[in-house]
Design a protein around this ligand. Sequence first.
Ligand SMILES: N[C@@H](CCC[C@H](N)C(=O)O)C(=O)O
Length: 282
Amino acid sequence: MKIRFTKMHGLGNDFVVLDAIHQSFVPTPAQARFLADRHFGVGCDQILIVEEPSQAGTDFRYRIFNADGGEVEQCGNGARCFVRFVHDHGLTDKPEIRVETRSGIISPRLEASGEVTVDMGEPRFAAADIPFDSDSDAVIQPLQVDDAIFDISVVSMGNPHAVQVVDDVGTAPVGRYGPLIENHRRFPRRVNAGFMQIVDRHAIRLRVHERGAGETLACGTGACAAAVAGIRRGLLDSPVRVATRGGELTIAWAGYGQPVLMTGPAVRVFEGEIDLPSQLEP
Ligand SMILES: N[C@@H](CCC[C@H](N)C(=O)O)C(=O)O
């Protein structure tokens, strides 16, 4: 089976994007892992699927698979690439679209500058919404990981995040503790683990160990979650410039009951076609 795809990235968080309107294909977990494989497949952090909408008042449906093959609720850098993709492929000429995701509707808008702003919806903080095993919804909560205790803030941007403040992201133990936090028993659906360094009240540096993908060069929902967590902790004011290893995003949040707005680039790398091996197990 031959699949047409577009390789894209948002700040180096890279994607294989598939038009499932003109080719009828949604990957099985094994096919998603194959496409994401950097040696045997195309290589990416996530696979993004463009589908017809199923709800009135929306333009498209957006599905996201992590490199490990699992389908997830939300992807911020992917949302910017999504709107670029549907424009580049003539699927719409509307600069602002309404897109269904597993976790609700988001609204990405192509700016005249070529950057994209996404209304990512309201963040949620209740432990049950993450989900996080805790009796408390406090802004800062202790999490014991091996011999260390981290002060984390949990945030749902549709997908789950645990954010901590570190002195220096360059030396933060992302590789050691990221996977342990991701798979911690108190996060029954696993979690994305963010490590943020406060630069000033409007700027942070951020690294994220992503659930199902490992550390990526940038994580859009991770940037939203970190900015919101920093504002709730009284350390940051909106808007917040988020420097990742792949480049910069701007995150704005006016406070409780308000949506998070994320602005940044979306880049098409190349178009391609790939044969999917028929023997892939489901
Ligand atoms: N890279 C993404 C997030 C992708 C999903 C995440 N790994 C999860 O499992 O929730 C982004 O830019 O937000």
